[in-house]
Design a protein around this ligand. Structure first.
Ligand code: ATP
Ligand code: MG
Length: 497
């Protein structure tokens, strides 16, 4: 109380927001196509409602449905606590510390679907929350028993106090992200003129944007992401929402690495990479959000990186899987090549490449704890590249059967499209991967028999003069092994499988 009074006297208290006026829009107004609503999300809502809880589809899914888009995932909001939600579903897990939610899981393997269920959050003035010195990074222990905590700058570090729906709506970021859809009654509940803003094609932050960015600086990146995603529909960021973005960008320095990495990947891997880079430039945010993102933006006009970004966007639009390891391997490839060149002065090619990869990881990605798979997949893609140029002996047989062959091959194909290696090499490997062992052995024989005059201009570039690309150590007579193998499994390119 005293803290609150002092804050008021000093004028530092955040103005209590208006919670908005509850408006209920019927089907005639919102015209949401129920067929676009995921069955499992409807099941979650229905199960909760049957137990007497309030439950709605919420957030981005309602925004997308309203705009006639198929949502990529579904979130549900309810007045049931995480424990109550968990008790109603067979496979449900409470996750998160800063923001506790429940993951309700349906199906298994590739086809599994996770419905995120969050409990309505209460509005709490920062002055009422527990104050923590330091940041999310430095105060993990102190935060462990707190349900609502902020740091000295007003950043929300814990947000687990439950409340009514109108307060929950006021805690959300953009007006178009703060609507609730009840698929049973087909009604949309709207407190902040979300329907109106969707019609006007405006991205507007709820409340005072400066306070909202301070509470959670990641909202700065979210503004860019939604502006990019919805730019094709004519959306733009409202002036008051856009104005503080650049000035407040420095607050992102204190956000934990893992959250920054996730947000960066959402910008680049949700089908709007090129549009996101355009928005970053338009909003003068192209430098300073996150070091690795700076590199991506900086290199986005290089042919190879641009191809990788465009290809990622295309794959997402075709509902194909994409892996962060593939895109990041593309973005950092020129670093690896440069470092490899340097290390070749003191090491043989393979250890030189290993050294180069370690160096690039250390300087560009840093602490990848918890991202071991990302790191090992990137490493594998890079280490495969010189092996594509060695078309002799048993090497190609083992390479083509490698679990990550497809990603390594796609990477090599992009290098070919970018003009870094001959297209024939990519074509040859494509054929090789589709053949059975007998035909593969014949393909290798053909390579052996042709005596191409090949000039190596650099370690990374092979010039073909006789129509066949090969590496300098090709041609050595080796014993042919004929084994019967199944044709290679056509794993989806880029996939992490
Ligand atoms: P997408 O289509 O990319 O999933 P989304 O709007 O659903 O977009 P999510 O990250 O899935 O985004 O979050 C779901 C909802 O939770 C948002 O629509 C918003 O209402 C709320 N939300 C998420 N992150 C924040 C945040 N940092 N601050 C305020 N509200 C947030
Ligand atoms: Mg979502």
């Amino acid at each position: 109380m005293i803290k609150k009074l002092l804050n008021r006297l000093m004028g530092t208290s955040a103005e209590k927001p208006k919670f908005g006026k509850r408006r209920v829009a019927g089907f005639k107004e919102h015209a949401i196509n129920l067929d676009l609503v995921d069955e499992r999300a409807r099941h979650v809502v229905l199960t909760l409602q049957e137990r007497g809880f309030e439950a709605y589809i919420v957030g981005g899914a309602v925004r997308d449905l309203l705009l006639g888009l198929k949502p990529k995932d579904f979130d549900v909001a309810t007045n049931a606590t995480p424990e109550e939600v968990k008790s109603l579903f067979r496979r449900a897990f409470i996750i998160g510390r800063r923001f506790r939610i429940v993951h309700v899981v349906y199906g298994r393997g590739r086809d599994h679907e996770v419905i995120e269920v969050s409990t309505f959050r209460a509005y709490l003035e920062s002055a009422d929350a527990e104050q923590v010195s330091g940041s999310e990074k430095t105060s993990k222990k102190a935060l462990s028993n707190m349900s609502h905590a902020v740091d000295a700058s007003g950043r929300v570090l814990r947000d687990n106090v439950w409340g009514p729906q109108d307060e929950d709506a006021a805690r959300r970021d953009f007006t178009v992200n703060a609507m609730y859809y009840n698929p049973q009654s087909q009604e949309v509940i709207d407190y902040h003129h979300g329907i109106e803003d969707a019609k006007k094609r405006v991205l507007r932050m709820i409340g005072d944007p400066v306070i909202r960015y301070r509470e959670d600086p990641v909202r700065i990146i979210r503004a860019v992401r939604f502006a990019a995603k919805l730019s094709g529909l004519g959306f733009s960021i409202e002036t008051k929402t856009a104005k503080p973005l650049q000035k407040m960008m420095s607050l992102l320095a204190d956000v934990p690495q893992s959250r920054m990495m996730d947000e960066m990947l959402k910008l680049l891997q949700t089908g709007h990479a090129i549009a996101s880079i355009e928005q970053l430039k338009k909003l003068s945010l192209q430098k300073g959000i996150y070091p690795l993102l700076d590199v991506v933006v900086d290199r986005s006009t290089q042919v190879f990186v641009e191809l990788a970004l465009t290809d990622t966007d295309r794959r997402v639009s075709e509902n194909k899987p994409v892996a962060p390891s593939f895109l990041l391997a593309c973005v950092l490839w020129s670093d690896v090549r440069d470092a490899w060149d340097r290390h070749l002065e003191h090491h043989a090619p393979h250890p030189a490449l290993q050294e180069a990869i370690d160096e690039v990881f250390y300087s560009r990605i840093g602490d990848v704890s918890g991202r071991g798979k990302l790191a090992s997949d990137m490493r594998e893609i890079w280490l495969m590249q010189p092996r594509f140029e060695k078309r002799v002996g048993s090497g190609p047989f083992t390479l083509v059967e490698q679990a990550r062959f497809r990603a390594g091959f796609d990477f090599m194909r992009l290098r070919a499209v970018a003009g870094e290696i001959p297209t024939e090499l990519a074509d040859w490997w494509e054929d090789f991967s589709l053949e059975d062992d007998g035909a593969r052995a014949d393909m290798l024989d053909l390579i052996k028999q042709s005596t191409p005059k090949v000039q190596r201009v650099s370690k990374h570039k092979t010039v073909v003069q006789n129509g066949t690309a090969t590496s300098p150590d090709d041609g050595a007579p080796r014993k042919r092994r004929r084994r019967r193998r199944k044709p290679s499994a056509d794993a989806p390119p880029h996939s992490e499988a």
